[in-house]
Design a protein around this ligand. Structure first.
Ligand code: ADP
Ligand code: XUL
Length: 537
């Protein structure tokens, strides 16, 4: 039996911060903490947690390592009851990769609690700057991977996605091709998720099927690596050894490393459950009904929903479901999310969300025949880069009424979601449609209102705050460690106590507005096609 005073911890190593959520055995929130990379670890010089150049985007691997000690160190100072944590799980930003040097697992297994992780893992990585999901630099490798299996559709049929620059297989191939000696010294490649789990375990953690679906290497039906793709990606290296096997997401990987037990006072029996991607863990935090879709407004914007029968296409992604072994999740992803909203806020709305919201609320739908595309960094959906503005159908440098920019930005972000969601199977005719909004920007009521206007669906948000990905990790830690002890509830049943109270209605679907946006959608789609040509990269 797990003691009723047991606590469960979820971590989320996202783009801008490392977040922690702790729940008790009744699923109630017990504690939250976060380390913000730019603010708390300024010596690494990141902006928004990353180092961005034109097409490349990376983050210092040792910054992430140091963040783990910083986070637990803060909790220790505040007298946190580490010994009550029965299990830890969590997630990371998807697709990012960590390259462990030959011999690093021995170092991981013999960490001294008196020294920091950073000092001891100083030379554990062959690549100091981990490529992350904002990277768009592997076009060549993407083309090679698609060619190897007979085209984009074939690759999507196997892995759930056509080739995407940020997907880990293409990033690994780039290293194998451009720096073969460095790649040869690499003993193991982790995703950001399995990297954090590896620190906690004191040995290499296995990659889970859900985050593994974001690599362009996993056969999502067989739930195993595809050998043709491994061969092309690794340029002949033994990739099965470099990646290790994949496991179902709710798999207990072992006990917490003695480093954390001795340094912070965790209990020896504390379990580590496989980590996954932040979007899958966000899904795991929600007790969804059929027809629900989730719009996550974080550093990236994503839209996702569970589905039973995958129909992968060259549009969006299909990932293995993190908590239902016979299901999948469909997803579309945007790179220009919160950071672009911040830029437009700073440029056109006095740098405050209040002024931004006033500008949104005092501008008419359609912005008086104006539309904008704000791909400050190369966009994923659609593939284009640059800022493009149109007034009465004509391309303009700046709108004649610049105060419409905040609404024009949100309209194009959300109309794009509506347009692309339909192409990955979102049925907008279905009655009782509900959109769950999560992520940092979901707290903004003007944004929530626009979601209800453009999608015509009731908008709800979680009653437990916007950090849903870390919460999903905590729920999975509880479920999986209790299952190890003989509990037989399904994952869904394990969340039954939150089912009635987990969502707060923000606004009902605005049907007249929905109709108005339905007439604007074909205009948006036509301009988007034009922007894909103008902003080709
Ligand atoms: P991550 O993807 O790194 O987990 P979060 O989901 O925590 O990010 O979201 C962080 C973003 O939330 C910030 O970049 C910020 O722009 C945005 N945000 C926070 N509060 C608001 C608000 N009131 N209105 C709009 N955006 C907000
Ligand atoms: C998902 C993606 C982003 C990252 C952000 O495919 O690229 O949502 O997971 O953390």
């Amino acid at each position: 039996m797990v003691s009723t005073s047991a606590l469960y911890c979820g971590l989320d190593l996202s783009t801008q911060q490392l977040k922690l959520t702790v729940i008790d055995d009744t699923l109630k929130l017990f504690a939250e903490e976060a380390v913000n990379f730019d603010r708390d670890l300024p010596e690494y010089g990141t902006v928004g947690g990353a180092k961005l150049s034109d097409l490349e985007s990376t983050a210092p691997t040792l910054m992430w390592v140091e963040a783990v000690d910083l986070l637990f160190g803060r909790l220790k100072k505040s007298g946190f009851p580490f010994q009550r944590i029965a299990a830890i799980s969590g997630c990371g930003q998807q697709h990012g990769s960590v390259f462990w040097r030959e011999g690093a697992e021995i170092v991981l297994g013999s960490l001294k609690p008196t020294k920091s992780l950073r000092d001891q893992l100083d030379s554990a990585f062959t690549v100091e700057q981990s490529p992350i999901w904002q990277d768009s630099s592997t076009k060549k490798q993407c083309q090679e991977l698609e060619r190897a299996v007979g085209g984009a559709e074939k690759l999507a049929g196997i892995t759930g996605s056509s080739a995407y620059e940020r997907f880990t297989g293409n990033q690994i191939m780039k290293l194998a091709q451009n720096k073969p000696a460095v790649f040869a010294q690499t003993e193991r490649v982790s995703l950001v998720s399995s990297f954090v789990a590896s620190l906690l375990l004191g040995k290499y953690a296995l990659i889970d099927v859900s985050d593994g679906s974001g690599m362009n290497l996993l056969d999502i039906i067989k739930k195993d690596w595809d050998d043709t793709l491994l061969r092309v990606c690794g340029c002949g290296a033994d990739m099965r050894t470099k990646l290790g096997p994949v496991v179902e997401t709710n798999t207990s990987l072992g006990s917490l490393s003695s480093y954390f037990v001795d340094r912070y006072g965790f209990s020896k029996g504390c379990r580590v459950v496989a980590f996954t991607g932040d979007n899958p863990d966000s899904l795991a935090s929600l007790n969804l009904s059929i027809g629900d879709i989730v719009v996550s407004l974080g550093t990236s914007d994503t839209l996702f929903f569970p589905l039973k029968n995958p129909v992968p296409s060259t549009e969006g992604h299909v990932l293995c479901h993190p908590t239902q072994e016979d299901s999948y999740m469909a997803m579309i992803v945007y790179k220009n999310g919160s950071l672009v909203r911040e830029q437009i806020r700073d440029r056109y709305a006095e740098g405050t969300w209040e002024a931004f919201n006033t500008a949104v609320e005092t501008t008419d739908p359609g912005c008086g025949d104006r539309m904008g595309f704000f791909f400050m960094t190369p966009e994923i959906t659609p593939r284009a880069k640059g800022v493009f503005k149109f007034e009465n159908g004509d391309s303009v440098e700046e709108f004649s009424k610049p105060s419409v920019n905040p609404r024009a930005l949100l309209e194009s972000q959300l109309m794009s979601m509506r347009s692309h969601a339909k192409r990955i199977g979102y049925n907008e005719e279905q009655a009782n449609r509900r959109i769950i909004i999560t992520g940092g920007a979901s707290q903004n009521n003007a944004i929530a209102a626009l979601v209800s206007q453009i999608f015509g669906a009731t908008v709800v948000r979680s009653s437990l705050g916007s950090g849903s990905a870390a919460l999903g990790g905590a729920y999975r830690a509880r479920f999986t460690s209790r299952r190890e002890l003989g509990h037989t509830d399904s994952y869904q049943e394990s969340l039954r106590t939150i089912a009635a109270t987990q969502f707060i209605e923000v606004t009902k679907g605005d049907l007249p507005m929905f109709k108005q946006y339905t007439t604007l959608l074909p205009i948006y789609e036509k301009l988007e096609a034009r922007v894909c040509e103008l902003g080709h990269f």
